[in-house]
Structures are given as C-alpha cells and as structure tokens.
Design a protein around this ligand. Structure first.
Ligand SMILES: [Mg+2]
Length: 363
C-alpha cells in the first residue's frame, strides 16, 4: 500500500471551561492532526496531543518534526505495522508524534481490510464504560458538576486532586456522601503529593469506596511511588511514570504500582500500547486506557484499543468531551457513560480538514 501524501495540521481549540490539575491549568487544546492519503484513494487520520509535562513535547515542535519527516512517513507501508512503527520510532523522537503516524497507519490498514481497528487488534468487546473527569474546583462547584455528569448517565467519576491534602480529603468525602454508593469514584493527584501527603489523603478517604488513585507522587521518583503503593489502602495506578513498555517493565519489576494507565500519546500509538497491555496482563496488573485532552481522532483510537483488549479493565476516554468544537464526525460516541464506536472500517470517522484559522497545512 503506497502513501502518496502526508498533510500536517496544527490545531488550537478552546476548552468548554478551564481544566485545572495539580501541575497546570489548561484553557485551550493545542495539537497536531496528520492526514495520510494513498495511491488507491484512501485517507487515514492520526493525532498528536503533546504535553511538555507528560510527553516532553510542544505542539509546534511536533508539527515541525512531522513536516521534516514527511518523505520518510510516505515511505511507510500501512499493511506492515510492525516494520513501519519500528522505522517511525527511529526517526520520530517523541511519543505523540509517533502516535499520530501509528494511528493514521492503523486507520488505513483497517480501511484496506474493510475492518474496524479494534477487530484487527483483538476484538474483545463492543463497548466500555468511561469515567468523566472533574478538574480541581471548590466543593460547591465539584458537587454541581458531579450532579450534572451523573444526570447525563455517567456512573463513574474521576476527581482531580493534589494541590491541598486537607481540602482534597474534605472534597472526596463530600462527593461520596452526596452521591451515595451507586457512582464509582476514582482519584488522580497528577504528581501533586509527597509520600507522607499521599498516604495521609489515601488513608483518610479509604472508607469512601475509591477504585484507585492515579500518580500520587512525582513521575521520576519510582521509590516514592512504591512506598505509597505499599502503604496505601487505595490501589495506586502509575500514570505519568509510565510512558512506554520499557518504563512499564521497570514498574512491574519494582512493584511500584498496582495498576497502570496507558495512553496512546505516551506509548507512541496503538502498536506499542498493545504491547504494553500484553506486558501488564502477563504481570497480573490491571490496565486503564486513558487519554489527554484531544479531539475525537485520538479518543476514538484509544477506544479501539480498549475494545480490542481483554487486559484493559478501565477506560478514562473523555478527553474530547472537554472541547468546545471537534473537527471529526463519527468515531467514538458516549452514551449513558458507555463509549461505543460508529460502524465503519479503520477508525470509522471522517474529519473536516481544518484549513481555517488556527491551522496550517503542509504537504
Ligand atoms: Mg492521570
């Protein structure tokens, strides 16, 4: 299968409301869309949602890198996923740039074989429950948003924490007492605590029926992560500490976390994330498929992975729901807290090429 054109689009999309986590406040999404076209008229889409904190990349750097590499990208064969991703891993330093190429290659491969990507990758289930995230807000606003999300049919909420242990404890207890036991509750501290602070919070909210807490301590300190994991009554999930398979193996060897959050933007796309699911499954470690704030291209690809793999237990695939607009049609749709996919081969989505303001295109 011959790729004849490689187009790169830099996009900027406002969020519906500011997204506040322990380490940053985000008001707009900055990302890069990639379109690959083939000699037989197929069009495959990919996305990079870079984060200086998590993937160590900026949107402008990723766009420049993809533009520089477009001749080599055109030389890849979408039907030879293993070889093509290995080659792209070599010339695209940076995980979200690689994810954009990998996702577009899988979209083309699925269209060629007239099969949805989740069937090519495994075909384990047809829908998965996703949580919806509430970023750091005061207690009143948190309760208002929680009530609104539950009224839309979601049965699983994720609360962002990590800026103030005492306020966090009060907020979690309040949400649990107001929502009752029917709603599942997950926490994410985004590296915001010390070991002592994390243990204090997690012990204090133990009675609140918490499924797990993501990344309580800084990403580079695996010993600290292991200490919290051993001492916490709430299961600890590694997120920022694990980007690719190599880091996951280290977490498994150190027993530094009970669970892991995989993201296509950290792993470098579907191929490497699929390897990570297998690695975690072999170690008896439950996986979540998560996402960044990204358009429906990225979240659709993540949902394909989650539907493909039996080793995926949890999904946090709500990133597109925070955007004020989206260039995609089809792909993932969320109803009553369940992510499903529109019928169709490949990713099963169409994209309106963003030629308007805030984007630029290069062949
Ligand atoms: Mg997280």
């Amino acid at each position: 299968m011959r790729i004849t054109a490689c187009d790169v689009y830099r996009v900027a999309i406002p969020l519906l409301q500011p997204f506040v986590i322990a380490s940053a406040t985000q008001r707009a999404y900055g990302g890069v869309l990639l379109r690959l076209r083939t000699a037989d008229g197929l069009e495959g889409w990919g996305e990079a949602a870079p984060s200086p904190i998590v993937t160590g990349e900026t949107p402008d750097a990723v766009a420049a890198r993809l533009l520089r590499a477009r001749r080599r990208i055109r030389s890849l064969d979408p039907l030879e996923t293993e070889r093509s991703v290995a080659a792209a891993f070599g010339f695209l330093r940076g995980s979200s740039a690689l994810a954009a190429v990998d996702i577009a290659l899988h979209d083309l491969k699925g269209q060629y074989y007239a099969a949805p990507v989740h069937r090519l990758l495994g075909g384990f289930r047809s829908e998965i429950e996703t949580c919806m995230t509430i970023s750091i807000r005061d207690a009143t606003e948190t309760l208002r948003q929680a009530g609104e999300i539950v009224s839309r049919g979601f049965r699983s909420l994720k609360l962002k924490l990590g800026s103030d242990p005492d306020r966090d404890i009060a907020r979690v207890r309040l949400v649990r007492s107001c929502l009752g036991s029917a709603v599942r509750l997950r926490l994410d501290a985004n590296q915001g605590y010390s070991v002592a602070g994390a243990l204090r919070v997690l012990r204090a909210v133990h009675g609140c029926d918490i499924e797990f807490c993501e990344q309580p301590v800084p990403m580079g300190d695996l010993r600290a992560l292991a200490k919290v994991s051993r001492g916490s009554p709430v299961p600890v999930m590694a997120d920022e500490s694990v980007r690719g398979p190599e880091e996951l193996l280290r977490i498994i060897q150190m027993r530094a976390a009970a669970m892991v959050n995989l993201k296509l933007m950290k792993a470098g796309g579907l191929h490497r994330a699929r390897q990570m699911v297998a690695l975690a499954e072999s170690a008896g470690m439950p996986c979540q498929v998560g996402c960044m704030i990204e358009t429906r291209i990225g979240v659709t690809a993540g949902t394909h992975l989650a539907l493909a793999c039996g080793g995926v237990r949890y999904a946090d695939l709500d990133g597109h729901l925070h955007l004020a607009s989206d260039p995609c049609q089809g792909g993932v749709f969320t109803s009553s807290g369940l992510n499903r996919l529109s019928p169709g081969a490949g990713l099963g989505l169409a994209v309106k090429a963003p030629n308007a303001r805030g984007s630029r295109r290069r062949r």
